[in-house]
Design a protein around this ligand. Structure first.
Ligand code: PRX
Length: 637
């Protein structure tokens, strides 16, 4: 088991060791895992290329570290406590032994279907235990999984399947979310019309709705599992073999498939999990994230299972049947560590404290926050009403690209401050730079956040486009990884994440590129052009504000066109990307070179009506007055 730091002086000591001699530090952590062949070299790196290789020469299988390594003493222990969407439905309790059996069987299913090491497997499933089984079965045989969030539309799904060259897709008839049923198979069928690389589809039966099965392509999960052999010998993987691809948004329209490696990711997810949450044997841990995002990958599946944790996996939504659902689950399973997103907290906070009344939350020891900045009000609400002033909050800053938590308190060890991610994790070397790339040393500084040294969990490339990987992350500030976030280091050396400094917005903790939303809006037949910016939103953190120039209005007038633009975005990306506000304008503020001046639009979106700074380089400065006037007139539109 990875070591656990238990005091502040221990943290300071270990952190110093991890930065003074990273290779010795990480090799000590790596040695607590099971290797088929020990690595020859701990780290090889060059951020210019960029190339990062951890534990080269090592051979292992990640699932062997979850199962074979732990099964003798954990076989009977619960791995997953699955809570269905409908509280009336029977929950499922799955032990490590049972999970191991399912993973081996499904690994054999994949092998029988001809899936080979290195093949990419698409996963588009609801939050059911079979999603975990599918991921681990891929890892078992060395296939690279690519999970696509169930909220993505057919078009978004097909784009990802094609980019990753997926041959086999695992989906379900549908999924339950609150009062809704998501028709996953129907969406997948539509996606597959445009993703010809997919030859086989495995369908898990969840909603039991009548769905068409395509002869020769679609097979039921349960039929395949019924005939599967029970035991499976894990494939031998190299340390740097890819474990998974996960798509995320960037500042251009095309999503990026971040590639995570096997050994480094394994070690980093497990070590951060154990230390940040201070997980102890026997604790019950509940992460509310969907596995379609990186939080679910690292802190619902890999980190916890590698640490022998008992995890609650929840299929539903926080507000159904009522806004007390999370707290019912905490009480029912005596949850000790609870990890969620600020958006969920803000929406529950808005519904009042009555939903917490009478719930026994006394089992809670640690509260976690992830995905977006947590504002002070939400932090205090979480601390006071959920944690009853006794539970430390770990505000964990990290990204899809980082693979695991980078800046965060270690629960109960690093003193917290509301809205601060606090201190860097072991091995993480944050640097704050100004716009010229000048490092801001000392405390009380603010600027762009970079990381100057590799850590084992970092993504190694963008699938199929290493040059984009270099340009996006390693070219702005040569020699460093640029996070895209702004940060402040305060007088105590504590880090506060200020939010994105690029064209990425964070809506309800979902990361979206403004260009991605613009491209979708521009697909609307009546739209000439558009510009999308984020604006402060009480619940979602950031909302989506779209400035749209139309060629003409449809019959439904302005309201009609707004509705149909939202539909277009929903169809192209997914319902979560629909603009909150759409302002129809006759033009956009552009410079003579045709560049949209987004800072003006951001100000308008934030409700400002003056002080737009220097607008003299605009082609048509009068457009600003017109936009402000339109925004004032249709405020709330
Ligand atoms: O802007 C930061 C924000 O979320 C971005 C990463 O999004 P994604 O790759 O989807 O991963 C989310 C889950 C790790 C970051 O660039 N972010 C994430 N955590 C925090 C945060 N912003 C402030 N505080 C955090 N704790």
């Amino acid at each position: 088991m990875v070591p656990k730091i238990s005091t502040l002086s221990g943290y300071i000591f270990e952190y110093q060791k991890s930065t003074a001699n990273p290779t010795e530090f990480w090799s000590n952590i790596a040695d607590t895992f099971y290797w088929r062949r020990k690595y020859d070299e701990v780290l090889k790196w060059d951020f210019q290329k960029p190339e990062v290789r951890w534990f080269e020469g090592g051979q292992l299988n990640l699932t062997e570290n979850i199962f074979e390594r732990q099964i003798f003493y954990r076989g009977g222990q619960t791995a997953l406590l699955w809570e269905p969407n409908d509280p009336e439905e029977e929950p499922r309790r799955i032990t490590y032994q049972e999970l191991f059996e399912e993973v081996q069987k499904f690994a054999n299913v994949l092998l029988d279907l001809g899936v080979k090491k290195g093949d990419r497997v698409g996963i588009y499933l609801p939050m059911v235990p079979e999603l975990v089984v599918a991921m681990l079965a891929c890892a078992r045989i060395g296939a690279v999984h690519s999970v696509v969030f169930g909220g993505f539309s057919a078009q978004a799904l097909s784009e990802r399947l094609e980019d990753a060259g997926i041959r086999l897709l695992i989906t379900a008839d549908g999924g339950f979310r609150g009062t809704k049923t998501v028709p996953l198979k129907a969406i997948a069928d539509e996606a597959l019309e445009q993703a010809p690389t997919v030859e086989q589809v495995i369908v898990y039966q969840r909603t039991k709705e009548d769905i068409p099965m395509k002869e020769g392509r679609d097979v039921w999960w349960h039929d395949l599992m019924a005939g599967a052999a029970a035991s499976n010998e894990a494939a031998t993987m190299e340390s740097e073999d890819p474990l998974y691809i996960l798509y995320t948004s960037g500042s251009t329209g095309k999503p990026k498939g971040l590639v995570h490696s096997t050994a480094g990711y394994m070690i980093y997810s497990a070590y951060t999990f154990r230390n940040v949450f201070q997980y102890s044997d026997g604790d019950v841990y509940f992460c509310t994230a969907d596995i379609g995002w990186v939080t679910g990958h690292s802190y619902l599946v890999y980190g916890p299972l590698l640490s022998g944790a008992t995890c609650v996996m929840f299929e539903g939504v926080p507000t159904w049947p009522d806004a007390g659902r999370f707290w019912d689950i905490v009480e029912k399973y005596r949850v000790n560590q609870f990890y969620t997103a600020p958006t969920a907290l803000r929406s529950l906070m808005a519904m009042g404290e009555k939903w917490l009344e009478g719930k026994d939350l006394s089992s809670l020891k640690v509260l976690g926050s992830v995905g977006e900045p947590i504002n002070e009000e939400a932090w205090h609400w979480y601390h006071d009403h959920v944690g009853k002033n006794r539970c430390p909050i770990v505000d964990t800053w990290w990204q899809t690209e980082t693979g695991g938590i980078m800046i965060s308190p270690l629960a109960g060890i690093i003193p917290t401050k509301p809205s601060y991610a606090t201190m860097p994790f072991m091995g993480v070397q944050p640097v704050i730079v100004d716009s010229e790339g000048q490092e801001q040393t000392g405390n009380s500084v603010q600027g762009n956040l970079c990381i100057s040294y590799p850590w084992p969990g970092m993504a190694r490339t963008i699938w199929g486009d290493h040059e984009r990987f270099r340009q996006t992350y390693f070219s702005t500030y040569p020699g460093m990884y640029f996070t895209g976030d702004g940060a402040r280091r305060d007088e105590d050396g504590y880090y506060r994440i200020m939010g994105r400094v690029d064209d990425v917005i964070n809506v309800s903790g979902h990361r979206l590129g403004t260009a991605e939303v613009e491209n979708a809006i521009n697909e609307h037949p009546l739209v000439n052009e558009s510009a999308v910016v984020g604006f402060p939103h009480d619940i979602k953190g950031q909302g989506i504000f779209a400035f749209v120039v139309c060629t003409e209005l449809s019959d439904g007038g302005e309201d009609g066109i707004r509705t149909s633009i939202r539909k277009t975005v929903s169809k192209i990306i997914g319902p979560f990307a629909k603009p909150d506000l759409i302002l129809l304008v006759s033009g956009l503020p552009k410079t003579r070179s045709g560049k949209i001046m987004r800072r003006i639009l951001r100000k308008v979106a934030a409700g400002e009506t003056e002080d737009f700074g220097d607008t003299s380089t605009l082609l048509d400065p009068a457009i600003v007055d017109e936009i402000v006037e339109a925004a004032t007139r249709t405020a709330g539109g």
